[in-house]
Design a protein around this ligand. Structure first.
Ligand code: ATP
Ligand code: MG
Length: 271
C-alpha cells in the first residue's frame, strides 16, 4: 500500500527540505517508486536541493487546479529513474492551494507511487496543515534546541488532531528525526542531548543526523546528501532512517563526541 509521508517541524530552517530529499532518494535507492512533493508555496526549495530548478515547468498548484496533468508536472530525477519531484509554485498566493485540490493530487499520486514524501513549510498555518492533511506517516524534524523541540511538540498535537487519519479515528504513525546534531556541543551542555529530546517528545526516534558540512556541499550542487557521497556520516544516517521507515531493524547510531573524547584523554595524560 502506498505511504503518504509528511516531513514537518513547526520551526523553520531545521532541515525538513534536506531530509525530504535525502529520505526520498534513499527510499528510491532501495527500489521504491518515490515522489517528493514541495508544499512550500512561495519559497520553492526542494527543486534546488534536488538539482531540478531549471526543469520546473508545471507545479503542485497547476495540477491541483487542473491547469496541468500530473504527468506533465512530475520531474524525473536524472540519477534515479524511480524518483520524481513535484515542485511548489514560486509566485502564486498561498491560498491557491486548497484541500480539495491537494486531495485530488495525492489520490492520483497514490496510484503511481510507493512513497509520496511531502515537504512541509515551516509554521502551523494552512500550508503546514495541508501538507500533513492526508498523511499516514509523519517524520517530525527537530534540532537539539529548546525552541525547536517545543515547536515539534505543537506539531505532534496537530498531527493527532488536524489530519484526516486522526479525524477518522485512526493513528498517525509518528517518528522523530533529530538533525544538525553536534555531539561535542551536546556533551558540553550547549545543546540538548538525545535523551533530553526524547524525554520531552514521546515519539520514537527514527534517527540522529549529525551536523555536517557535507549537507551544505551536497545541496550546493543540487544533490540529495544520500546520493552525493555514500560514505559521509549524514548520508549513512539518512539511509539508516529510510530503512527504519520501511520497518527494517537497524541499530541506532548516536553520533559521539570522538574529538572531545580525544581531547579529554590527551588532556588527562598531559596533566
Ligand atoms: N545535518 C546538517 N548539517 C549541516 N547543515 C544542515 C544539516 N541539515 C540541514 N542543514 C542546513 O540547514 C539549512 C536549513 O535546512 P533546510 O532548508 O532543509 O530546512 P527547512 O526545515 O526545510 O527550512 P524551512 O523551514 O525554511 O523550509 C540549510 O542551509 C541546510 O543546508
Ligand atoms: Mg524547507
Amino acid at each position: 500500500m502506498p505511504k503518504i509521508l509528511v516531513v514537518t517541524s513547526g520551526k523553520g530552517g531545521v532541515g525538513k527540505t534536506t531530509s525530504t530529499a535525502a529520505l526520498g532518494a534513499a527510499l528510491a535507492q532501495s527500489n521504491h517508486k518515490v515522489a517528493v512533493v514541495d508544499f512550500d508555496v512561495g519559497l520553492r526549495n526542494l527543486d534546488l536541493v534536488m538539482g531540478a530548478e531549471r526543469r520546473v515547468v508545471y507545479d503542485l498548484i497547476n495540477v491541483a487546479q487542473g491547469d496541468a496533468k500530473l504527468h506533465q508536472a512530475l520531474i524525473r530525477d536524472k540519477r534515479l529513474d524511480n524518483l520524481y519531484l513535484l515542485a511548489a509554485s514560486q509566485t502564486r498566493d498561498k491560498d491557491a492551494l486548497t484541500e480539495d485540490g491537494v486531495r485530488r493530487v495525492i489520490d492520483e499520486l497514490r496510484e503511481r507511487f510507493d512513497w509520496i514524501v511531502c515537504d512541509s513549510p515551516a509554521g502551523i498555518e494552512r500550508g503546514a496543515t495541508l501538507a500533513m492533511r492526508f498523511a499516514d506517516v509523519a517524520v517530525v524534524v527537530a534540532n537539539p534546541e529548546v525552541s525547536s523541540v517545543r515547536d515539534s511538540d505543537r506539531i505532534i498535537g496537530l498531527l493527532d488532531a488536524k489530519t484526516e487519519i486522526a479525524e477518522n479515528g485512526g493513528r498517525m504513525e509518528k517518528h522523530l528525526l533529530l538533525t544538525r546534531y553536534d555531539a561535542g556541543r551536546a556533551a558540553r551542555g550547549e545543546m540538548l542531548n538525545v535523551e533530553d529530546v526524547l524525554e520531552i517528545l514521546s515519539i520514537p526516534l527514527l534517527g540522529v543526523i549529525p551536523e555536517s558540512e557535507e549537507v551544505l556541499r551536497a545541496s550546493n550542487v543540487g544533490t540529495p546528501v544520500t546520493l552525493h557521497s555514500g560514505v559521509s556520516a549524514p548520508s549513512r544516517a539518512y539511509a539508516d532512517a529510510a530503512r527504519r521507515l520501511c520497518g527494517v531493524e537497524v541499530p541506532m547510531e548516536i553520533p559521539s563526541d570522538k574529538k572531545g573524547l580525544l581531547v579529554r584523554l590527551f588532556g588527562r595524560r598531559a596533566a
